[in-house]
Design a protein around this ligand. Sequence first.
Ligand code: PLP
Length: 395
Amino acid sequence: MRHCLPPLRPNSRLLLRDLPADLARRPADWRAAALALEQAYAAAHGGGEAILVPSGRDGLRFVLAHLRRPGATTVIVPALADASVLEAIALLGLKAEFCDVRSDGTLDPDRLHACVGPHVLAVIVVHIWGNAAAVQRILAVTDAAGIALIEDCAHAPATATPDGYLGTFGIASFTSCAPFKSVDCGGGGLVLTRDLALADAVRRAAACHTVASRRAVFMRVFAVWLVRGMTRANVYDAIGHRLFVGLGGADAALAWYKRWIRPFLKRDADREDKPLPSLAFLRSGRRQLGELPNRLVRRQRLARKLLDGVRAGLLVLPAEGVSAYYAMVVRTADPLEELTRLIAQRVDAIASPMVWMGDPATAPVARELAATTLQLPWCDDFDDSDVQLLIAALR
Ligand SMILES: Cc1ncc(COP(=O)(O)O)c(C=O)c1O
């Protein structure tokens, strides 16, 4: 069985095709590619201003920095979220306050009332695993309290719901273009807003960041080309992704990476001011965005097949038609044991990369979810035989 993971979404041949233009470094070409991605992203949400930023968390930081006002020192975050959201809040000297989630992992609107107050600057909703949060009900609370709503669309870019596109309900939203996200530029992110002053501020903040150096571009494209087909572990390692917790893959290949590839890439990935994605990756990201609707249809078909094949209650699928199908959520009493079992069967998995935060008394649902959830990524290049193997492994 090939690994139950997408090899590496940005097509390596397409990346290599764009590499010469990237290395030749014509600023006008880069600007055109950045603008094309921004416009495509805005169009995929029915309009607005989209701005390319160095990462999702930087996008959030730029938005919060603009909204900041005296006396409002707290940002409300779902108690099951990505640690990077906290990083953005902490870097601004703001305080995160945690609100419990519903059983689908998204912010619970009924719990929000108790959290809001004049000390709150913004509420962040995370459309976690591609599940649409109850944005209308959350908006009713934030609007009444005069608090800004920011949507984290890292798991749900360009996702339509009957009420409108996710990412268009609050004052702004952001997505991540990190490796393995649905729009993967090898790094970077996008902010979306209809507020022109906010868009200007984010654009100015993003403009302080440089474009990836020629060396970094070459090494990243080389790494993509090299690792295509290898395991997620190796790829994450090669690009220095810090949130990686999955396992698997050939030890020898991993050691080779660490010795020969990672030292070159790490310096770049660790830089405090992360560069914006290079031209080749921007073009690749834009192609992925264009293909996203078809990919979602495939993911949904796969989801139904999987659900039919495994025992009831094991897989938790989102409501029909309102999901980005970013991740397959497996509920199990012992995620670590399940993870070990899956890896032994050559199914790569990620064990609850979302962290539970807050007080067990005030966030019991988030705590329970974090303790009982295993996340498998949706695979755009699965075929039916992979689905059957996955069903067998998940039994
Ligand atoms: C839900 C969620 N929010 C925010 C982020 C942060 O994105 P980035 O890594 O581009 O800063 C991620 C990415 O890992 C994520 O999964």
